[in-house]
Each structure stands twice: as structure tokens, then as C-alpha cells.
Design a protein around this ligand. Sequence first.
Ligand SMILES: *Cc1c(COP(=O)(O)O)cnc(C)c1O
Length: 388
Amino acid sequence: MFRLKSNSLCSRSLGKRGLADLSAAALQIARTKSPKKKLPKDQLDFGRTFIDHMLKINWNSTDGWQAPQIEAHGPLVLDPSAAVFHYAFECFEGLKAYRAVDGSLRLFRPDKNMARLNKSSTRIALPSFNGQELIKLIGELVKLDQDWIPEGQGYSLYLRPNMIGTEAALGVHKPSDAMLYVIASPVGPYYKTGFKAVRLEATDNVVRAWPGGVGDKKLGANYAPCIVPQAEAEKRGFQQNLWIFGPEKHITEVGTMNAFFVVKDKSTGKNELITAPLDGTILEGVTRDSILALARERLSSDEWIVSERYASILDIAEAAKEGRLVEAFGAGTAAIVSPIKYIEYHGQGIDIPLQEGKEAGKLTETILKWITDIQYGIEEHPWSVRIN
Ligand SMILES: *Cc1c(COP(=O)(O)O)cnc(C)c1O
């Protein structure tokens, strides 16, 4: 009795230094005994089919990160009192693994997703982890189930890392137990028959994110409350909400994507590519960041201005009236870019030009090619990270 007690006191006194960090070297793999039949690639439905295996890592406040496990994709067993079910201790990521044209397997800027997941998890009192180690572990999962990535450009493996608080207790406090897991779903091209431009309802009666809030974190708690407003917009014939914030009627994001507009500048006649600044209410999209970097590098500054600034829906409506609205699109991992053709704001319609006979603007099309060429290794670029 006495020995046990003094041991536990001793390990506790180690404090933070005694907590193990995430270690890919400790990975244990238990292959499934019943591999699943793969769907034909034309029947894939985003996020409904999963690969044979998943990655799972437990954490507790006494020992830190435990040995990572790759095991059959399957149900989790959690006590119904687990923190995740009561107080939304949950955050996630979305990234993809690609089979490049040279046959190698690649991730796109995974360090960005790791940094963002750490920001999300620590904001909700869940543990941080070594991102490079999780990238290695994700690499092992992808390599093990690489046969699940269909051949062909546009196909990829959508990876969903998720961290949850698992402590079985109803008290509202920092969870003493957590789980980090990664599941994966093979996906086909977002636009099977070319671009499909969307119609948006500009929404200012519901707020997605606010100053001092957590709209810049990928927390599950940010998403469920947006389904009802989206369903209501859908009833009126719109695919998504364009989220408008504040008395200035600033455009923030579109659905769960970052929003971009191209407006001809009145004084200079240049095209200005505009997206909202990272003020704490905007999700720091990896696609957003990639678009800004490529646009600054590749668009001629004689003809283009690239701006992270607020744009009001009122300014966009005025630009449209004056024939200065050039194009608009959403940006995110799933589609990369999603062209917008129409926005309605308080009954007022805003038409957005598309190229003749096409469902996208010229820059939207160019950006899709820039990014997919990097993702599939058609253009070699440091953002495309080999995992094998
Ligand atoms: C995930 C997400 C984005 C896009 O981020 P990417 O890293 O580009 O996929 C944008 N807005 C919201 C609200 C998101 O959840």
C-alpha cells in the first residue's frame, strides 16, 4: 500500500516533464481480419465509405500520449458521460492524400493542418501534440490502405483527424482523458462534369462567428448551428449562406469555405482579389493561404491587387451595378474553389459574371489548375509532401 502511494506521488511530481509526447516510433499495427470490398470509383459518396483501418491514440493527463494504434475502422466504445457528448470537447481537420502522376503518395501542406488542429484542441482544453509525428503516422495509415485511393486525377483520400475529450465525468472541467483518431474516406472529383456555380443567400440575421469567439477554430460546435440557416436558404433555392457580419455588412465566409471576390478597382482599373482578413472570426483555410500566396507570386502586379481586407456586401452590390464585379468563389479543401454565380441580399439580386459557356470565372479556373497541378505532382512544389 505504502509503496504504491509513494510511487504515484513520485510520478505526479514529475509534472509536465513526465508527460509523453506523441511518438510515431511507438506505433502498433493490428491489421483487420476482414478487409472490406471496395466500391467502384464512380459510386464513391463523400465521407460515407471508409478505408479498412483507422489510427487511434489515447491521451491522459498523468502519462500523456500513449502508443499510437492502427486498427480496423470501427465503432468507438465510450462511456455515455464522456466529455465530448456533453460539452462539445471536439475539434477536427480535413486534408487529402493524393496519388501523384509519378505514382508516389502525397499530402498537401499537412504542417498547416497540424498547426491548426493544435490551435483548435488547446482552445478547448484538449492536449497539444507533435505535428510532425502525426504526419508520419498519417503516412503509415495511408501507405497501409493505399489501394483504396482510386487511380486518376481528381481522386484522393480524404483524411479526417479528430480529437475528443473522453473523460467519463459530468463535471465541467479540462478533460483528463482524450483521444486523437484519424479516419479516411476515398473521394472522387468534386466536379464530375465541370464546374457548377452556386447561388448564395447573404445571411445577416444569424451570426456564424464573432469577435472574441472561436470561429477561427475547427470546432464541431461551430458547425451544427449552421445547418438550420443553410436548410432555410436551401428552401428558398440557394445552396449556401454568405455570412455577413456587423453594421458594416462585412462578408466573412461562404458556408464552410473562405470567400473571395474579384472587383475592378475604380481608381486604378486593376483587378483586386479580396478576401476577409484573419481577425479571429475567419477560419484560417489552407486553401485560402495557398491562393493568396500563389496569386501574389503569379499574377502581374501591373494588373492585379491582392488584398486581405473587409468587403461589404453593399460594396459588392454597387460594384455589380457599375459592371466592376469580375468574379467570386469559395475556397476549401473539398472543392478547392467553388464558383459563385448569384447572391441575394434582402431581396436584391447580385449577378456575378461567368465565362461564356462556362460555370466559372477565369481566375477561379486558373487557381484550380495551379493547386491541382501541385497536389498531383504535375508541378513539383515544396507544398506537396511525399509520404513514401
Ligand atoms: C475548413 C474550413 C475552411 C477551409 O479550410 P481549408 O483548410 O482550406 O480546407 C473555411 N472555412 C471554414 C468555416 C472551415 O471550416
